[in-house]
Design a protein around this ligand. Structure first.
Ligand code: GDP
Length: 421
Protein backbone atom coordinates (compact mmCIF):
# COMPACT_ATOMS: atom_id res chain seq x y z
CA UNK A 1 0.00 0.00 0.00
CA UNK A 2 2.72 2.43 0.97
CA UNK A 3 4.67 1.82 -2.22
CA UNK A 4 1.48 2.32 -4.19
CA UNK A 5 0.80 5.59 -2.38
CA UNK A 6 4.41 6.59 -3.03
CA UNK A 7 4.18 5.88 -6.71
CA UNK A 8 0.87 7.79 -6.95
CA UNK A 9 2.55 10.73 -5.28
CA UNK A 10 5.49 10.50 -7.67
CA UNK A 11 3.16 10.32 -10.66
CA UNK A 12 1.35 13.46 -9.61
CA UNK A 13 4.62 15.18 -8.83
CA UNK A 14 6.41 14.40 -12.12
CA UNK A 15 3.30 14.98 -14.17
CA UNK A 16 3.09 18.51 -12.95
CA UNK A 17 6.60 19.51 -14.14
CA UNK A 18 4.99 20.39 -17.45
CA UNK A 19 2.03 22.14 -15.84
CA UNK A 20 4.33 24.07 -13.48
CA UNK A 21 6.69 25.02 -16.31
CA UNK A 22 3.70 26.10 -18.37
CA UNK A 23 2.44 28.32 -15.57
CA UNK A 24 5.89 29.83 -15.00
CA UNK A 25 6.54 30.55 -18.64
CA UNK A 26 3.04 31.97 -19.03
CA UNK A 27 3.63 34.31 -16.05
CA UNK A 28 6.94 35.42 -17.57
CA UNK A 29 5.24 36.17 -20.89
CA UNK A 30 2.55 38.03 -18.92
CA UNK A 31 5.25 40.29 -17.45
CA UNK A 32 6.87 40.71 -20.87
CA UNK A 33 3.48 41.60 -22.31
CA UNK A 34 2.94 44.35 -19.66
CA UNK A 35 6.40 45.69 -20.36
CA UNK A 36 5.88 45.62 -24.12
CA UNK A 37 2.53 47.42 -23.82
CA UNK A 38 4.07 50.08 -21.58
CA UNK A 39 7.02 50.57 -23.93
CA UNK A 40 4.76 50.65 -26.98
CA UNK A 41 2.57 53.33 -25.41
CA UNK A 42 5.65 55.34 -24.51
CA UNK A 43 7.13 54.98 -28.00
CA UNK A 44 3.80 55.87 -29.62
CA UNK A 45 3.63 58.93 -27.38
CA UNK A 46 7.08 59.94 -28.59
CA UNK A 47 6.17 59.49 -32.25
CA UNK A 48 2.95 61.47 -31.86
CA UNK A 49 4.31 64.41 -29.87
CA UNK A 50 5.04 67.35 -32.10
CA UNK A 51 8.54 67.99 -33.24
CA UNK A 52 9.71 64.56 -32.05
CA UNK A 53 9.33 62.92 -35.46
CA UNK A 54 13.07 62.70 -35.81
CA UNK A 55 13.32 60.44 -32.72
CA UNK A 56 10.70 57.73 -33.50
CA UNK A 57 9.09 57.38 -36.90
CA UNK A 58 5.67 55.81 -37.61
CA UNK A 59 7.12 52.54 -38.96
CA UNK A 60 9.12 52.06 -35.81
CA UNK A 61 6.08 52.67 -33.62
CA UNK A 62 4.17 50.10 -35.70
CA UNK A 63 6.92 47.53 -35.22
CA UNK A 64 6.55 48.00 -31.48
CA UNK A 65 2.80 47.47 -31.76
CA UNK A 66 3.46 44.21 -33.66
CA UNK A 67 5.45 42.92 -30.66
CA UNK A 68 2.29 43.14 -28.53
CA UNK A 69 0.53 40.83 -31.03
CA UNK A 70 3.49 38.48 -31.21
CA UNK A 71 3.67 38.09 -27.44
CA UNK A 72 -0.09 37.56 -27.25
CA UNK A 73 0.17 34.90 -29.96
CA UNK A 74 2.84 33.05 -28.03
CA UNK A 75 0.66 33.17 -24.91
CA UNK A 76 -2.28 31.81 -26.84
CA UNK A 77 -0.28 28.90 -28.30
CA UNK A 78 1.13 28.31 -24.83
CA UNK A 79 -2.30 27.83 -23.28
CA UNK A 80 -3.08 25.21 -25.96
CA UNK A 81 0.22 23.36 -25.45
CA UNK A 82 -0.05 19.89 -24.06
CA UNK A 83 1.91 16.68 -23.83
CA UNK A 84 0.88 14.32 -26.59
CA UNK A 85 1.29 10.58 -26.44
CA UNK A 86 0.41 8.37 -29.40
CA UNK A 87 -0.29 4.63 -29.19
CA UNK A 88 0.48 2.27 -32.05
CA UNK A 89 0.44 -1.47 -32.65
CA UNK A 90 -1.61 -4.15 -34.36
CA UNK A 91 -5.38 -4.31 -34.00
CA UNK A 92 -6.48 -5.92 -30.74
CA UNK A 93 -3.06 -5.76 -29.06
CA UNK A 94 -4.75 -3.65 -26.39
CA UNK A 95 -4.02 0.00 -27.31
CA UNK A 96 -7.43 1.22 -26.15
CA UNK A 97 -7.16 -0.90 -23.01
CA UNK A 98 -3.76 0.63 -22.15
CA UNK A 99 -5.19 4.13 -22.54
CA UNK A 100 -8.20 3.22 -20.41
CA UNK A 101 -5.97 1.71 -17.75
CA UNK A 102 -3.88 4.88 -17.64
CA UNK A 103 -7.00 7.04 -17.49
CA UNK A 104 -8.46 4.69 -14.83
CA UNK A 105 -11.78 4.53 -16.59
CA UNK A 106 -13.43 2.80 -19.54
CA UNK A 107 -13.22 5.84 -21.77
CA UNK A 108 -12.34 4.27 -25.12
CA UNK A 109 -14.38 1.34 -26.35
CA UNK A 110 -12.33 -1.85 -26.56
CA UNK A 111 -12.88 -5.45 -27.51
CA UNK A 112 -14.42 -7.41 -30.34
CA UNK A 113 -16.50 -5.29 -32.68
CA UNK A 114 -15.02 -2.14 -31.27
CA UNK A 115 -11.96 -1.92 -33.40
CA UNK A 116 -10.82 1.64 -33.52
CA UNK A 117 -11.12 2.52 -37.19
CA UNK A 118 -9.89 6.07 -37.00
CA UNK A 119 -7.64 8.15 -34.76
CA UNK A 120 -9.18 8.94 -31.37
CA UNK A 121 -7.77 11.66 -29.23
CA UNK A 122 -8.71 11.95 -25.57
CA UNK A 123 -8.11 15.36 -24.04
CA UNK A 124 -9.18 17.13 -20.87
CA UNK A 125 -11.82 19.83 -20.50
CA UNK A 126 -12.83 21.97 -17.54
CA UNK A 127 -16.57 21.22 -17.65
CA UNK A 128 -18.46 18.24 -16.19
CA UNK A 129 -19.90 16.77 -19.41
CA UNK A 130 -17.90 14.62 -21.82
CA UNK A 131 -18.42 15.18 -25.55
CA UNK A 132 -16.86 14.30 -28.87
CA UNK A 133 -16.12 16.26 -32.00
CA UNK A 134 -15.54 14.68 -35.40
CA UNK A 135 -13.00 15.98 -37.85
CA UNK A 136 -14.34 18.75 -40.07
CA UNK A 137 -17.24 19.46 -37.73
CA UNK A 138 -17.74 21.90 -34.88
CA UNK A 139 -20.68 20.03 -33.41
CA UNK A 140 -20.22 18.81 -29.85
CA UNK A 141 -21.76 15.36 -29.68
CA UNK A 142 -22.83 14.30 -26.25
CA UNK A 143 -21.37 11.09 -24.85
CA UNK A 144 -22.70 9.82 -21.61
CA UNK A 145 -21.57 6.22 -21.88
CA UNK A 146 -18.78 4.21 -23.44
CA UNK A 147 -21.38 2.21 -25.33
CA UNK A 148 -22.66 5.35 -26.96
CA UNK A 149 -19.13 6.39 -27.79
CA UNK A 150 -18.40 2.96 -29.26
CA UNK A 151 -21.48 3.22 -31.47
CA UNK A 152 -20.56 6.71 -32.55
CA UNK A 153 -17.10 5.50 -33.52
CA UNK A 154 -18.08 2.24 -35.18
CA UNK A 155 -21.26 3.01 -37.08
CA UNK A 156 -19.81 5.95 -38.91
CA UNK A 157 -17.80 5.33 -42.02
CA UNK A 158 -14.90 7.41 -40.85
CA UNK A 159 -11.78 7.80 -42.94
CA UNK A 160 -9.05 5.84 -41.14
CA UNK A 161 -6.69 8.77 -40.85
CA UNK A 162 -9.39 11.16 -39.68
CA UNK A 163 -9.48 12.27 -36.07
CA UNK A 164 -12.24 12.05 -33.49
CA UNK A 165 -11.59 14.20 -30.45
CA UNK A 166 -13.02 13.02 -27.17
CA UNK A 167 -13.23 15.71 -24.51
CA UNK A 168 -13.27 14.19 -21.07
CA UNK A 169 -13.70 16.16 -17.81
CA UNK A 170 -10.31 16.79 -16.22
CA UNK A 171 -11.85 16.40 -12.77
CA UNK A 172 -12.29 12.70 -13.48
CA UNK A 173 -8.66 11.98 -14.32
CA UNK A 174 -5.31 13.22 -13.00
CA UNK A 175 -3.38 12.63 -16.23
CA UNK A 176 -5.82 14.83 -18.13
CA UNK A 177 -5.43 17.45 -15.39
CA UNK A 178 -1.70 17.31 -16.09
CA UNK A 179 -2.33 18.26 -19.74
CA UNK A 180 -1.57 14.83 -21.24
CA UNK A 181 -3.42 14.11 -24.48
CA UNK A 182 -3.83 10.48 -25.60
CA UNK A 183 -4.08 9.41 -29.22
CA UNK A 184 -5.31 5.94 -30.13
CA UNK A 185 -4.69 4.73 -33.69
CA UNK A 186 -6.20 2.12 -35.99
CA UNK A 187 -4.01 -1.01 -36.18
CA UNK A 188 -0.77 -0.54 -38.12
CA UNK A 189 -1.60 -3.86 -39.82
CA UNK A 190 -4.69 -2.50 -41.56
CA UNK A 191 -3.37 0.72 -43.02
CA UNK A 192 -1.93 1.59 -46.40
CA UNK A 193 -1.52 5.24 -45.43
CA UNK A 194 1.24 5.16 -42.87
CA UNK A 195 2.87 8.26 -44.37
CA UNK A 196 -0.35 10.27 -43.95
CA UNK A 197 -0.65 9.02 -40.40
CA UNK A 198 2.80 10.16 -39.54
CA UNK A 199 2.37 13.56 -41.19
CA UNK A 200 -1.05 14.17 -39.65
CA UNK A 201 -0.78 12.64 -36.20
CA UNK A 202 2.80 11.92 -35.23
CA UNK A 203 4.99 14.90 -35.98
CA UNK A 204 3.87 16.76 -32.87
CA UNK A 205 3.75 13.74 -30.55
CA UNK A 206 6.11 13.87 -27.57
CA UNK A 207 6.05 10.18 -26.79
CA UNK A 208 5.08 7.03 -28.72
CA UNK A 209 3.90 3.84 -27.10
CA UNK A 210 4.17 0.66 -29.13
CA UNK A 211 1.65 -1.82 -27.76
CA UNK A 212 2.66 -5.37 -28.63
CA UNK A 213 0.94 -8.63 -27.98
CA UNK A 214 3.24 -10.62 -25.69
CA UNK A 215 1.68 -13.81 -27.03
CA UNK A 216 3.32 -13.28 -30.43
CA UNK A 217 6.43 -11.57 -31.79
CA UNK A 218 6.73 -8.08 -33.15
CA UNK A 219 5.53 -7.98 -36.75
CA UNK A 220 7.06 -6.37 -39.81
CA UNK A 221 4.16 -3.87 -39.99
CA UNK A 222 4.87 -2.69 -36.45
CA UNK A 223 8.58 -2.43 -37.13
CA UNK A 224 8.32 -0.63 -40.45
CA UNK A 225 5.90 1.91 -38.98
CA UNK A 226 8.47 2.97 -36.40
CA UNK A 227 11.24 2.94 -39.02
CA UNK A 228 9.13 5.48 -40.94
CA UNK A 229 8.54 7.53 -37.79
CA UNK A 230 12.23 7.72 -37.01
CA UNK A 231 13.07 8.94 -40.52
CA UNK A 232 10.77 11.94 -39.94
CA UNK A 233 11.39 12.63 -36.26
CA UNK A 234 14.87 12.67 -34.86
CA UNK A 235 15.20 10.25 -31.95
CA UNK A 236 11.52 9.75 -31.12
CA UNK A 237 10.75 8.75 -27.52
CA UNK A 238 9.38 5.22 -27.75
CA UNK A 239 8.07 2.93 -25.03
CA UNK A 240 7.35 -0.71 -25.79
CA UNK A 241 4.62 -2.49 -23.86
CA UNK A 242 4.43 -6.25 -24.13
CA UNK A 243 0.73 -6.42 -23.29
CA UNK A 244 -1.41 -9.41 -22.32
CA UNK A 245 1.42 -10.66 -20.13
CA UNK A 246 -1.23 -12.26 -17.91
CA UNK A 247 -1.39 -14.98 -20.57
CA UNK A 248 2.14 -16.08 -19.63
CA UNK A 249 0.87 -17.18 -16.20
CA UNK A 250 -0.68 -20.25 -17.78
CA UNK A 251 2.77 -21.47 -18.84
CA UNK A 252 5.01 -20.62 -15.87
CA UNK A 253 7.77 -22.96 -17.02
CA UNK A 254 8.41 -20.82 -20.13
CA UNK A 255 7.67 -17.46 -18.59
CA UNK A 256 11.25 -16.35 -17.89
CA UNK A 257 12.70 -17.55 -21.20
CA UNK A 258 9.85 -15.97 -23.20
CA UNK A 259 10.31 -12.71 -21.32
CA UNK A 260 14.08 -12.72 -21.93
CA UNK A 261 13.51 -13.38 -25.63
CA UNK A 262 10.95 -10.56 -26.01
CA UNK A 263 13.12 -8.22 -23.95
CA UNK A 264 16.17 -8.89 -26.13
CA UNK A 265 14.21 -8.39 -29.36
CA UNK A 266 12.62 -5.14 -28.17
CA UNK A 267 15.94 -3.73 -26.95
CA UNK A 268 17.63 -4.71 -30.24
CA UNK A 269 14.82 -2.98 -32.11
CA UNK A 270 15.30 0.31 -30.22
CA UNK A 271 19.09 0.20 -30.06
CA UNK A 272 20.32 -1.52 -33.21
CA UNK A 273 17.49 -1.01 -35.70
CA UNK A 274 16.03 2.39 -34.85
CA UNK A 275 19.18 3.62 -33.11
CA UNK A 276 17.10 5.80 -30.77
CA UNK A 277 18.49 4.53 -27.44
CA UNK A 278 21.54 3.11 -25.73
CA UNK A 279 21.10 -0.38 -24.26
CA UNK A 280 20.84 1.13 -20.75
CA UNK A 281 18.13 3.57 -21.87
CA UNK A 282 16.27 0.88 -23.81
CA UNK A 283 16.12 -1.34 -20.72
CA UNK A 284 13.99 1.37 -19.10
CA UNK A 285 11.66 1.50 -22.09
CA UNK A 286 10.44 -2.10 -22.35
CA UNK A 287 7.69 -3.40 -20.05
CA UNK A 288 5.61 -6.54 -19.55
CA UNK A 289 2.08 -5.63 -18.52
CA UNK A 290 -1.56 -6.52 -18.61
CA UNK A 291 -3.66 -3.50 -19.48
CA UNK A 292 -6.99 -5.19 -19.05
CA UNK A 293 -6.06 -6.48 -15.64
CA UNK A 294 -4.64 -3.12 -14.54
CA UNK A 295 -7.86 -1.40 -15.58
CA UNK A 296 -9.96 -3.99 -13.77
CA UNK A 297 -7.80 -3.63 -10.66
CA UNK A 298 -8.15 0.13 -10.73
CA UNK A 299 -11.89 0.00 -11.22
CA UNK A 300 -12.14 -2.38 -8.26
CA UNK A 301 -10.04 0.00 -6.19
CA UNK A 302 -12.29 2.89 -7.15
CA UNK A 303 -15.14 0.82 -5.71
CA UNK A 304 -13.28 0.40 -2.44
CA UNK A 305 -12.06 -3.15 -3.11
CA UNK A 306 -8.44 -4.32 -3.18
CA UNK A 307 -6.82 -4.01 -6.64
CA UNK A 308 -5.95 -7.72 -6.84
CA UNK A 309 -9.65 -8.59 -6.99
CA UNK A 310 -9.37 -7.47 -10.63
CA UNK A 311 -6.65 -10.07 -11.34
CA UNK A 312 -6.92 -12.18 -14.48
CA UNK A 313 -4.25 -14.69 -13.51
CA UNK A 314 -1.46 -15.60 -11.07
CA UNK A 315 1.20 -12.95 -10.54
CA UNK A 316 -1.10 -9.90 -10.61
CA UNK A 317 0.99 -7.86 -8.18
CA UNK A 318 4.20 -7.86 -10.23
CA UNK A 319 2.36 -7.02 -13.47
CA UNK A 320 0.50 -4.24 -11.67
CA UNK A 321 3.77 -2.79 -10.32
CA UNK A 322 5.34 -3.03 -13.76
CA UNK A 323 2.44 -1.02 -15.22
CA UNK A 324 2.97 1.65 -12.54
CA UNK A 325 6.69 1.62 -13.23
CA UNK A 326 5.94 2.20 -16.92
CA UNK A 327 3.66 5.14 -16.00
CA UNK A 328 6.33 6.71 -13.80
CA UNK A 329 9.00 6.54 -16.51
CA UNK A 330 6.50 7.57 -19.15
CA UNK A 331 5.47 10.67 -17.20
CA UNK A 332 9.02 11.68 -16.52
CA UNK A 333 9.90 11.31 -20.18
CA UNK A 334 6.83 13.01 -21.62
CA UNK A 335 7.11 15.94 -19.23
CA UNK A 336 10.79 16.55 -19.98
CA UNK A 337 10.39 16.09 -23.70
CA UNK A 338 7.33 18.34 -23.97
CA UNK A 339 8.92 21.08 -21.86
CA UNK A 340 11.95 20.96 -24.13
CA UNK A 341 10.21 20.76 -27.51
CA UNK A 342 7.44 23.22 -26.72
CA UNK A 343 8.75 25.74 -24.23
CA UNK A 344 12.25 25.93 -25.68
CA UNK A 345 10.69 27.22 -28.90
CA UNK A 346 8.60 29.80 -27.04
CA UNK A 347 11.47 31.01 -24.90
CA UNK A 348 13.78 31.40 -27.88
CA UNK A 349 11.04 33.37 -29.68
CA UNK A 350 10.58 35.46 -26.55
CA UNK A 351 14.32 36.07 -26.41
CA UNK A 352 14.41 37.16 -30.07
CA UNK A 353 11.54 39.59 -29.48
CA UNK A 354 13.10 41.08 -26.35
CA UNK A 355 16.49 41.35 -28.13
CA UNK A 356 14.90 43.11 -31.12
CA UNK A 357 13.12 45.48 -28.75
CA UNK A 358 16.30 46.15 -26.83
CA UNK A 359 18.12 47.02 -30.09
CA UNK A 360 15.32 49.36 -31.14
CA UNK A 361 15.23 51.04 -27.73
CA UNK A 362 19.04 51.37 -27.76
CA UNK A 363 18.76 53.06 -31.15
CA UNK A 364 16.10 55.44 -29.90
CA UNK A 365 18.16 56.18 -26.82
CA UNK A 366 21.22 56.93 -28.98
CA UNK A 367 19.18 59.24 -31.16
CA UNK A 368 17.81 61.03 -28.10
CA UNK A 369 21.34 61.39 -26.73
CA UNK A 370 22.60 62.83 -30.03
CA UNK A 371 19.74 65.30 -30.04
CA UNK A 372 20.43 66.27 -26.45
CA UNK A 373 24.13 66.81 -27.20
CA UNK A 374 23.22 68.90 -30.23
CA UNK A 375 20.92 71.08 -28.13
CA UNK A 376 23.52 71.40 -25.38
CA UNK A 377 26.08 72.52 -27.94
CA UNK A 378 23.64 75.04 -29.34
CA UNK A 379 23.00 76.28 -25.84
CA UNK A 380 26.73 76.49 -25.13
CA UNK A 381 27.31 78.44 -28.35
CA UNK A 382 24.57 80.85 -27.42
CA UNK A 383 25.79 81.22 -23.85
CA UNK A 384 29.33 81.83 -25.12
CA UNK A 385 28.05 84.50 -27.44
CA UNK A 386 26.07 86.13 -24.68
CA UNK A 387 28.97 86.18 -22.29
CA UNK A 388 31.23 87.59 -25.06
CA UNK A 389 28.78 90.37 -25.64
CA UNK A 390 28.55 90.94 -21.94
CA UNK A 391 32.34 91.35 -21.64
CA UNK A 392 32.41 93.56 -24.67
CA UNK A 393 29.63 95.60 -23.16
CA UNK A 394 31.49 95.80 -19.88
CA UNK A 395 34.65 96.96 -21.63
CA UNK A 396 32.69 99.48 -23.64
CA UNK A 397 30.83 100.65 -20.58
CA UNK A 398 34.04 100.94 -18.59
CA UNK A 399 35.67 102.90 -21.42
CA UNK A 400 32.63 105.15 -21.72
CA UNK A 401 32.62 105.69 -17.98
CA UNK A 402 36.29 106.65 -18.08
CA UNK A 403 35.72 108.91 -21.04
CA UNK A 404 32.77 110.62 -19.35
CA UNK A 405 34.71 110.81 -16.14
CA UNK A 406 37.64 112.38 -17.98
CA UNK A 407 35.32 114.67 -19.86
CA UNK A 408 33.62 115.73 -16.63
CA UNK A 409 37.01 116.30 -15.00
CA UNK A 410 38.19 118.24 -18.02
CA UNK A 411 35.04 120.31 -18.00
CA UNK A 412 35.36 120.89 -14.28
CA UNK A 413 38.96 121.95 -14.68
CA UNK A 414 38.06 124.15 -17.55
CA UNK A 415 35.15 125.68 -15.60
CA UNK A 416 37.23 126.31 -12.43
CA UNK A 417 40.07 127.72 -14.54
CA UNK A 418 37.64 130.03 -16.25
CA UNK A 419 36.17 131.08 -12.93
CA UNK A 420 39.61 131.84 -11.49
CA UNK A 421 40.53 133.90 -14.49
P1 GDP B 1 -6.86 -2.33 -29.66
O1 GDP B 1 -7.55 -2.75 -30.90
O2 GDP B 1 -5.37 -2.43 -29.79
O3 GDP B 1 -7.27 -0.99 -29.15
O4 GDP B 1 -7.21 -3.41 -28.53
P2 GDP B 1 -8.33 -3.36 -27.39
O5 GDP B 1 -7.87 -2.51 -26.26
O6 GDP B 1 -9.64 -3.04 -28.02
O7 GDP B 1 -8.29 -4.86 -26.86
C1 GDP B 1 -8.70 -5.93 -27.66
C2 GDP B 1 -9.18 -7.06 -26.75
O8 GDP B 1 -8.09 -7.53 -25.96
C3 GDP B 1 -10.25 -6.64 -25.74
O9 GDP B 1 -11.19 -7.66 -25.62
C4 GDP B 1 -9.49 -6.44 -24.45
O10 GDP B 1 -10.29 -6.67 -23.32
C5 GDP B 1 -8.42 -7.51 -24.59
N1 GDP B 1 -7.22 -7.16 -23.84
C6 GDP B 1 -6.60 -5.95 -23.84
N2 GDP B 1 -5.52 -6.00 -23.02
C7 GDP B 1 -5.50 -7.23 -22.47
C8 GDP B 1 -4.62 -7.86 -21.52
O11 GDP B 1 -3.65 -7.29 -21.03
N3 GDP B 1 -4.91 -9.17 -21.21
C9 GDP B 1 -5.96 -9.82 -21.74
N4 GDP B 1 -6.14 -11.07 -21.37
N5 GDP B 1 -6.80 -9.25 -22.63
C10 GDP B 1 -6.57 -7.98 -23.00
Amino acid sequence: NSSFALSRHFLIHTGSIFVKAKKNINDIFGDISDYVIETTNFVEGLSESQGQGDIVDKAEAETFRSYVFKINNIREVLTRDHMKVAFFGRTSNGKSSVINAMLRDKILPSGIGHTTNCFCQVEGIDGHEAYLVKEGSEEKLNVTSVKQLANALCQEKLCESSLVRIFWPRERCSLLRDDVVFVDSPGVDVSQNLDDWIDNHCLNADVFVLVLNAESTMTLAEKSFFHEVSTKISKPNIFVLNNRWDASASEPEFQESVKAQHQERCIDFLVKELKVNTVKEAEERVFFVSARETLQGRLQEANGLPAHTGALAEGFQSRYFEFQDFERKFEECISKSAVKTKFEQHSSRGKTISNDMKLMLDNIFERINDLRNQKLEQKKFLTDRISNTETQLMVVTREMKMKIHNMVEEVEQKVSKALNE
